[in-house]
Design a protein around this ligand. Structure first.
Ligand code: GLU
Length: 289
C-alpha cells in the first residue's frame, strides 16, 4: 500500500492561534499513527494579506509547538501558472463564465427579490446565493460585458459541473468511531467565484489542485470547512482524481463558545508564548499529552 499523505495548509494572512495548533498537531498525530507523510502547505494566494513576516512567524510558531513536516513546504504563490492551466481545463469544459456584477449590485438584486416577497437562500457560510444572472449569456454578450469593465470574476457553473458527473457525489468522513459516507451538495453554494480576470486562483481551485498533485490521501481540517468539501469533491471528480479520506475535526472555542479567529480578539500562539505559556501547557490544553 502507498504511504498515506497528510497535509496542514494554513494561510499566513494573520497569526496562528490555538485552533491552528490543534489542527497541525492532530494531522501530525494521525500521520504518525499510520506511518504517513506530513506536508506543510502555505496557502498564500492572497498576496496582499499574506506577508513574508507572517509566514516566518507561522513557521516559528509551528516549530515551537513541535510540528515537524516532511519535505520543503509548497507555497501556493509560486504556482499561479499551474492554477491558470487548471482554470483553462474548466473553461474548455465550458464550466466557467465571466461575472461583472459587483457585490453591491448583487446585494441590490437580491434585496429586490426579497422585497417582492421571495425567499432567498444563503450559502453555508451565510452569504446570499449569487442569482445566476450572467450564467446564461451567449458568447457575444459575454464578450461585450467583459470588454466594458477592468476586472471581473469567473464563476463556476455549479449546476453544469454537477451534471457533468454522472455518478453519485459523496465523500468518506472518518471519525474516531466510524466512517460515514456523506452526500455532497455543491448546489448549496451556487456559482462560486473560481478565479478573477487576471488572477487564476481561488481557495477552491488551488486547494483541490494542490491536494491532487501532492497526492494527499487524508484531509484533516476544521469543521468550518466541512460544507466546502462538496465543491472540493466535485472538482476532484471533474479532474478525474482519487478522493482522499476526510476528517473534519472539532473547532477550538473561546470561553464564550466562539470560534477562534485571527483577529485581535483572540491570543495568537506568538502572544501566548511571550506571555510565558510553555509548549507543554499548549499541548495539555489541546489534549495532546
Ligand atoms: N488555508 C485554509 C485555511 O487556513 C485551510 C485549507 C484546508 O485545510 O483545506 O483556512
Amino acid at each position: 500500500m502507498n504511504q498515506p499523505i497528510f497535509r496542514f495548509a494554513p494561510s499566513p494572512n494573520g497569526h496562528l492561534h490555538l485552533g491552528h495548533a490543534y489542527s497541525a498537531l492532530l494531522n501530525q498525530k494521525m500521520a504518525r499513527e499510520v506511518g504517513g507523510k506530513l506536508l506543510l502547505r502555505i496557502e498564500d494566494i492572497d498576496t496582499t494579506r499574506c506577508t513574508p513576516e507572517l509566514e516566518a512567524q507561522m513557521l516559528r510558531d509551528l516549530e515551537w509547538i513541535g510540528f515537524e513536516w516532511d519535505e520543503k513546504p509548497r507555497r501556493q504563490s509560486e504556482h499561479f501558472d499551474e492554477y491558470a492551466d487548471v482554470l483553462k481545463k474548466l473553461a474548455d469544459l465550458d464550466l466557467i463564465y465571466p461575472s461583472i456584477l459587483s457585490r453591491g449590485e448583487i446585494k441590490k438584486i437580491i434585496q429586490a427579490k426579497k422585497d417582492s416577497g421571495r425567499d432567498w437562500p444563503d450559502d453555508p457560510d451565510g452569504s446570499p446565493l449569487y442569482p445566476g444572472i450572467e450564467r446564461g449569456f451567449h458568447n457575444a454578450k459575454r464578450l461585450e460585458l467583459i470588454t466594458s469593465v477592468k476586472d471581473y470574476a469567473l464563476r463556476l457553473n455549479t449546476r453544469s459541473a454537477r451534471e457533468s458527473i454522472l455518478t453519485t457525489l459523496n465523500w468518506a468522513e472518518k471519525n474516531n468511531t466510524q466512517d460515514k459516507t456523506i452526500d455532497a451538495n455543491p448546489l448549496q453554494w451556487g456559482d462560486v467565484i473560481i478565479a478573477r480576470k487576471d488572477f487564476p486562483a481561488s481557495y477552491f481551485l488551488c486547494c483541490t489542485h494542490d491536494d491532487i498533485i501532492q497526492g494527499v490521501t487524508h484531509v484533516v481540517r476544521g469543521k468550518d470547512l466541512y460544507h466546502s468539501t462538496s465543491i472540493y469533491v466535485m472538482l476532484l471528480e471533474i479532474f478525474g482524481a482519487k478522493k482522499p479520506l476526510f476528517h473534519h475535526h472539532k473547532l477550538i472555542l473561546d470561553h464564550n463558545g466562539e470560534k477562534l479567529s485571527k483577529s485581535k480578539k483572540h491570543k495568537s500562539l506568538k502572544e501566548l508564548r511571550s506571555s510565558g505559556i510553555t509548549k507543554n501547557e499548549i499541548l495539555d490544553r489541546l489534549g495532546f499529552t
